[in-house]
Design a protein around this ligand. Structure first.
Ligand SMILES: [Zn+2]
Length: 349
């Protein structure tokens, strides 16, 4: 939304958000002269290329570890390589995080080789110097140094913060490492915001706010996932009253309506015929009439083993829009897991 694809590199769409154009416009308009305006715009475009290269650094490292990259989005405050899933191996996260700033360091080194040779030209003519754009390259070198340095600060979820988490994760569990990194990140964020307010640098204040909320959001997501991985379906299984395929919805209304059971296994003797949700039974009474047998509205049974992690159970339920799943151990029906119980279990803490 509101962004254009400008290129596709290694199968990754590179998109630019409309608000990115505020930057060159701002620089163009704030320059005193036409030459100054052109220089400002050229500088922003070169900087933009460096940001794309930085994000490509992260993206190519991610692809190397088999993690697909959805897109690279360019915003005025920087780029965003959208990696489809987080690496769980500390080394992988470390390499992916450091690959971005490493690109900026490489650019600095390359410019460092080019600029001195251009500086020799400077002795020939001051005019030739500005034409060659040496000062532009010098500014670009400084900016790339700054990009590498700033991104490497351990302000999770910035690159340096991810490097910190990966390093901690080599010794500590993922959730603990994330918790520590996110607290360090939030301390940096408060520092950035305060420094921004003190110096009147509202961009720094804004970055501080983004980091503060970004660190909090990613940490709670990781803690939730950890709780989901630590618990299994059996922990939240409730006993389930079964229905018979020939039960009429009108006849079971008085049993189903006041019940909190979200899902009913449909069982004929020893056979599991399917499952039906409480909502489907109540809807069928008004839609098809009370004489509708349960078997006409029963759906294919979705079931999980009792030792499946709640994280996986939750993924199954949300991806298939299920209010619950049956829990079956071998051939034995243990009960039903309600999505609300799963969400409560992973959010608690
Ligand atoms: Zn980065």
């Amino acid at each position: 939304m509101g962004s254009w694809r400008i290129a596709t590199i290694r199968g990754i769409p590179i998109k630019i958000h409309w608000s990115f154009f505020i930057l060159p416009l701002f620089y163009g308009l704030s320059a005193g002269s036409t030459a100054g305006a052109i220089r400002g715009v050229v500088f922003i475009l070169l900087l933009f290329a460096c940001v794309v290269l930085h994000e490509l650094g992260h993206s190519i490292a991610a692809q190397y570890y088999g993690i697909p990259v959805k897109e690279i989005l360019l915003l005025p405050l920087g780029g965003l390589a959208q990696i489809t899933r987080m690496p769980r191996r500390p080394l992988h996260e470390f390499v992916i995080a450091i690959a971005g700033p490493a690109v900026n360091i490489a650019i600095v080194l390359m410019l460092g080789l080019v600029v001195p040779s251009l500086l020799d030209v400077q002795r020939l003519s001051q005019q030739a110097l500005s034409l060659a754009g040496v000062d532009l390259l010098r500014d670009l070198t400084i900016t790339n140094l700054y990009l590498a340095g700033f991104n490497l600060l351990p302000a999770f979820p910035m690159d340096g913060g991810r490097v910190l988490r990966a390093t901690l994760n080599a010794f500590l569990p993922f959730a603990t490492a994330t918790s520590i990194a996110s607290w360090v990140g939030r301390l940096f964020a408060i520092g950035f915001a305060a420094l921004g307010l003190y110096t009147g640098n509202w961009v720094l204040t804004l970055i501080g706010l983004f980091i503060f909320f970004g660190a909090g959001a990613e940490n709670s997501m990781v803690q939730q996932q950890a709780r989901g991985e630590a618990q299994v379906a059996a922990d939240v299984t409730r006993p389930a009253t079964p229905l018979h395929p020939l039960d009429l919805v009108g006849a079971i209304e008085s049993q189903v309506r006041p019940s909190a059971q979200p899902l009913y296994p449909v069982i004929d003797g020893p056979r599991l015929e399917g499952m039906v949700s409480r909502a489907d039974v109540l809807d069928a009474i008004t839609l098809f009439g009370p004489g509708t047998p349960v078997q006409t509205i029963a759906a294919r049974a979705h079931y999980v083993p009792p030792n499946m992690s709640l994280d996986q159970v939750h993924q199954i339920m949300t991806s298939r829009h299920l209010p619950g799943v049956l829990v079956i151990d071998g051939h034995k029906l243990l009960g039903v897991v309600d999505i609300r119980d799963v969400e409560e279990a992973v959010n608690r803490g």
